[in-house]
Design a protein around this ligand. Structure first.
Ligand code: NDP
Length: 389
């Protein structure tokens, strides 16, 4: 078995940590070649000490000296690079076979596209990249001749159900499960703090996706992601709240069969699925103990308390640049909320105001995507300023 070279974009994050945990279980199979972070130079150097990649990249150029010093102090041969272009360099580095795209937000789009164009096997966690540029990303994967495997647990579940169906075609509905987040049963959204919003009941994740889970925007982004990855329209994708997070998603077929994928809520399972595909490899996830489960329950999402889900469906149906506007406005609003500069209950309002005010044709290039993203960020920042507590 030849050793497979891996780049992790966003190595210092939650998906980065889970990916490295899986990789470390298979030293004969995987070799870490490139690791990137945004500004956490010391954390990145610690990972370099453990995995000794050929290159390490900080996106923030002001942290390059810190990274170089930290690598020198550890006497590591790893080369330090910085900046946006260096992220793309890491994604296409010669010894890299698979790229785990785990940068949070639209910031991950350019290196993810670069990896796809270069024909790397793309293990995609960075859902914002596909929300902003689904068709461009799929074209790039096709042109590069590589493959795309979803890491998001719901999309991994759908990929597994479609692969396991044993028959060609016939899938008629995707059913994405949602935990409902920390405020599933809360009526009044006033006074919610960032600490409360990031305290997810089932999953340990980065701060931005945790807030997205609390507003259900995460599920909305996943609906758009599923639409592009599996070629299903908005009307054929349903969301069901399943608080136990044991069923990760389902596919309904023409004959009425519904296939589901189950497991403990641990991102190492979908990461191991993507890393090992088409083989199954050990992930380190705990075994699912069915006897410990009191019940598996399901309920419809509450559209009035969680308007972000509807906004995402609206953006998907509107087409053009609407999904980019949705994503950019949400990123700005979530960052403002995490800075205590916007009330939790106003996140959806900022996104809705941006979607109502801005309309763009479908982007034809990365530059088009970035221009729409920038315009939406300006609009959302102004809306946040007007809504500040
Ligand atoms: P984290 O916030 O934990 O980690 C984000 C990573 O991206 C860090 O390495 C961070 O570096 C880096 N980063 C942040 N901003 C930039 C930037 N501007 N340029 C370059 N690098 C940057 O996020 P998660 O790991 O939780 O999520 C990553 C992606 O995976 C998201 O798109 C999320 O939606 C998706 N995802 C996550 C899941 C989870 O369980 N966490 C589940 C499914 C999908 P630094 O540490 O230096 O800031």
């Amino acid at each position: 078995m030849s050793v497979h070279g891996i780049a992790i974009l966003g190595a210092t994050g939650s998906i980065g940590a889970s990916s490295l945990d899986v990789i470390a279980r298979h030293p004969q199979r995987f070799r870490v070649v490139a690791l990137t972070a945004n500004g956490h130079a010391e954390g990145l150097a610690e990972l370099c000490q453990r995995f000794v990649p050929e290159i390490a990249v900080v996106a923030d150029p002001t942290r390059l000296h810190e990274l170089e010093a930290a690598l020198r102090a550890r006497k590591l041969p790893t080369r330090a690079l910085a900046g946006a272009a260096a992220l793309c360099e890491a994604a296409v580095w010669h010894g890299v076979d698979s790229v785990i795209a785990a940068i949070v937000g639209a910031a991950g789009l350019a290196p993810t596209l670069a990896a796809a164009r270069a024909g790397k096997r793309l293990l995609l966690a960075n859902k914002e990249a596909v929300v902003c540029a689904g068709p461009l990303l799929l074209e790039a994967v096709a042109a590069g001749g590589g493959a795309l495997l979803p890491v998001d647990s719901e999309h991994s579940a759908i990929h597994q159900c479609l692969s396991a169906s044993g028959a060609k075609g016939g899938a008629r509905r995707l059913i994405l499960t949602a935990s409902g987040g920390p405020f599933r049963q809360r009526e009044d959204f006033g006074g919610i703090t960032p600490a409360q919003a990031v305290a997810h009941p089932n999953w340990v994740m980065g701060r931005k996706i945790s807030v997205d889970s609390a507003t259900l925007m995460n599920k909305g982004l996943e609906v758009i992601e599923a639409s592009w990855l599996f070629c299903f329209g908005a009307d054929a994708i349903d969301v069901v709240v399943h608080p136990q997070s044991v069923i990760h998603s389902m596919v309904e077929f023409a004959d009425g069969s519904v296939l589901a994928q189950l497991g403990t809520p641990d991102m190492r399972t979908p990461i191991a699925y993507a890393l090992g595909h088409p083989q199954r490899i050990d992930s380190g996830s705990p075994t699912l103990d069915l006897m410990q489960l009191a019940a598996l329950t399901f309920e419809p999402p509450d559209a009035s308390r969680f308007p972000c889900l509807r906004l995402a469906y609206d953006a998907l149906r509107a087409g053009g640049g609407a999904s980019i506007v949705l994503n950019a406005a949400n990123e700005v609003a979530v960052a403002a909320f995490l800075d205590s500069a916007l009330p939790f209950a106003r996140i959806a309002a900022v996104v809705e105001a941006s979607l109502s005010a801005l309309a763009f044709a479908a982007p034809r290039s990365l530059d088009d995507v970035l221009a729409i993203d920038a315009a939406a960020r300006r609009h959302a920042a102004a809306a946040c300023a007007r809504s500040s507590p």
